[in-house]
Design a protein around this ligand. Structure first.
Ligand SMILES: [Zn+2]
Length: 126
């Protein structure tokens, strides 16, 4: 499962960052996950529970903020979201079309590829 390795990388980074503080408790960790990453939110949450076991992050809330895809077209200057094809076999899955919705030209993806920690809600020791 791809999500487990992604989550453990994020968790490692968070734990390293927390080493700078006298942390009593971690309430929540918020991450931004782009829609281009194809990471499943449910799988991410599940992986978080497993990966954080026996760490300072155990029991904290894992908040996922999805980041929609945004593209830029070199040809016509279009900036915005892409067209999405929904797959009738998978209601929950939609496939982004990586071509300009205006002119069909090649595009550059400018948003939707993030996989970063946005913030942490922690309680420090007095
Ligand atoms: Zn275009």
């Amino acid at each position: 499962m791809h999500e487990v390795s992604v989550v453990s990388t994020l968790v490692d980074a968070v734990i390293r960052e927390l080493g700078k503080y006298k942390v009593k408790k971690v309430n929540s960790v918020t991450v931004v996950i782009g829609e281009m990453t194809n990471l499943g939110q449910e799988q991410m949450s599940f992986a978080y529970e497993i990966v954080t076991r026996n760490t300072i992050l155990e029991g904290s809330e894992f908040i996922i903020e999805p980041e929609p895809i945004e593209v830029e077209c070199d040809k016509c200057g279009y900036v915005g979201p892409v067209k999405v094809i929904s797959d009738p076999d998978f209601d929950t899955h939609s496939i982004p079309v990586l071509a300009c919705p205006e002119c069909g030209g090649p595009i550059k993806v400018t948003k939707g590829q993030s996989c970063v920690v946005r913030c942490m809600d922690i309680e420090e020791e007095e």
